[in-house]
Write a protein that binds this ligand. Sequence first.
Ligand SMILES: Cc1cc2nc3c(=O)[nH]c(=O)nc-3n(C[C@H](O)[C@H](O)[C@H](O)COP(=O)(O)OP(=O)(O)OC[C@H]3O[C@@H](n4cnc5c(N)ncnc54)[C@H](O)[C@@H]3O)c2cc1C
Length: 454
Amino acid sequence: MYDVIIIGAGPGGIFSAYELSKNSDLKIAVFELGRPLEQRKCPIDGKKIKSCIKCPVCSIMSGFGGAGAFSDGKYNITNQFGGTLYEHIGQDRAIELMKYVDEINCRYGGSVTKLYSTANSDIKRKCLQNGLHLLDAQVRHLGTDINYEVLGNIYAELSKKVEFKFNTEVRSISVNDDGSFNIITQNDSFSCRKCIVSVGRSGSKWLESVCDDLGIETLSNRVDIGVRVELPYEIFRPMTDELYESKIVYRTEKFEDNVRTFCMNPKGVVVNENTNGIVTVNGHSYENEKMHTDNTNFALLVSKHFSMPFKDSNGYGESIARLSNMLGGGVIIQRFGDLVRGRRSTVKRIEESYVRPTLAATPGDLSLVIPKRILDGIIEMIYALDKICPGTANDDTLLYGVEVKFYNMEVCLDDNLETTIKGLYVIGDGSGVTHSLSHASASGVHVAHMILNG
Ligand SMILES: Cc1cc2nc3c(=O)[nH]c(=O)nc-3n(C[C@H](O)[C@H](O)[C@H](O)COP(=O)(O)OP(=O)(O)OC[C@H]3O[C@@H](n4cnc5c(N)ncnc54)[C@H](O)[C@@H]3O)c2cc1C
C-alpha cells in the first residue's frame, strides 16, 4: 500500500513527486511505461533513416522526463498560452507556481541559462503595426542539453525517497470499497490511498478509457494543425536574439481564423514525433553552441474547434497526419515557393534550395494533405511575418508537415485538479488542462500541495 502512486514520469509526475517527497514522508511510487533517462535512446537517432521505425515504447515520448526529456526545454512563464491551468487555480497562483518550477530547475543546473522576456519589446509595436499580436511571456530556455542535465540531477535527488518503477505500464485503475485505488500493471497490482495520473499526450487514449470505466466525464473538441517552418537563422535573428521564443498570433483576412507561431527554435533542428504510431513533426535546439545549426524553425498552427455531434477532434488530426504518412512514408517537406506555385517539391528542388533541411523528410505537396482553409491561413501568415522579418516568404523557406498538437480530451476536474472520484487527480497534458512544460510542472506542484494540505 502506497500513500501516493503517480502514473507517468513526465514533468507533471516529476514535480508532484518532488514536492510531495520534499515536504513529507509519504510512501510514494512513480510508475513509468518508458525507461530511465540514461537508457532513453531513439534507435534511428543520428542514422540516415527517414521514417520512424515505430518502437512499441517510443524513447522520445516515454521514460523519465516524459515528452519533455528531449524537448527544447523552453519553460514559458505565462497564462497567455501553454494551457488553461489558471482557469482552475487562478492567474496569480499559476504564475507563482511556474516561477517556483523555474527556481527548482535553476537549482538543479538551469541557472546557467537565460530568462527572456517580451516586456517593453519594440518588436511588440512592430508586430501590432503589421496586424500581428505578440503574446506576453517570460521564457527560460534550458535547451535540450541543459534540460537533460537538470532532469538527471532531479532524478538523483528524487530517487533517494521515491520508488521508481520503469518499463511499467499501468493497464487499469479501479476503486476499492475503502476508497483506496487498485493499480494494475502488466505484471502486478498495487494499492494506494491517492493516485495522480500524469500520462501526457501519449497516454491520453488510455486515460480516456480509464475515465470511461470510472464514469468520469471528458470532452474532446480541439486539435491544432499546421506545419513547421524552417529558414535561415539570420531572418528571424532580430526576434530570437531578443526574445528567444515569440508567440505571435495573426487573424487571417480571408476566414478570420487565428494562426499562431509555436515552439520557436533558433539554430535548432526539426525532428520527427511519434504519437501512437503516427509520425508528425516537431523541433528543438541545444544550448551548447557546438550543436547549433544555421537555421531557425517554428510551427505555424491553426486551432480547429468542433461542435456537436462531432467529438473526436484527435481522430480528425490523426487522419490528416496519417494522410501525410501515407503519401510521404512519414513527414513531407516542401519549399514555400513550390507550395505557392501549386507544384510538389522534388529531391532536386530541395537539394537546390539555399536552406539546408535539418530533417530528412520526403519532398512532396502539402496541399494534398492539409485542408485548404488551414493552408490558406498558413500562407497568409507567412506573408504577414515577412513584413516584420523580411525573407520569411522566400521561395526556399522550408515547410514540413504535418505538425499536429493533439489536445487530448479534457477531463472534468475541480479546482484541485481532482476528478469526481475523491483522491484521483489528473494533471499535465493528459488532463487537457496543460500543453506545456511549465504548466504541466506547475499542475504537479499544485496537486502535491492539495494532497499535503488535504
Ligand atoms: C520534441 C518535443 C519538443 C517539445 N518542446 C517543448 C518546449 O520547448 N516547451 C514546452 O513547454 N513544451 C514542449 N513540448 C511539450 C512538453 O514536452 C509537454 O507539454 C510536457 O512534457 C507534458 O508533460 P506531462 O508530464 O503532462 O506529460 P509527458 O511529458 O508526456 O509524460 C507522460 C509520461 O507518462 C508515461 N505514460 C503514459 N501512459 C502510461 C501508462 N499507461 N503507464 C505508465 N506510464 C505511462 C509516458 O511514457 C510519459 O513518460 C515538447 C514536446 C516534444 C515531443
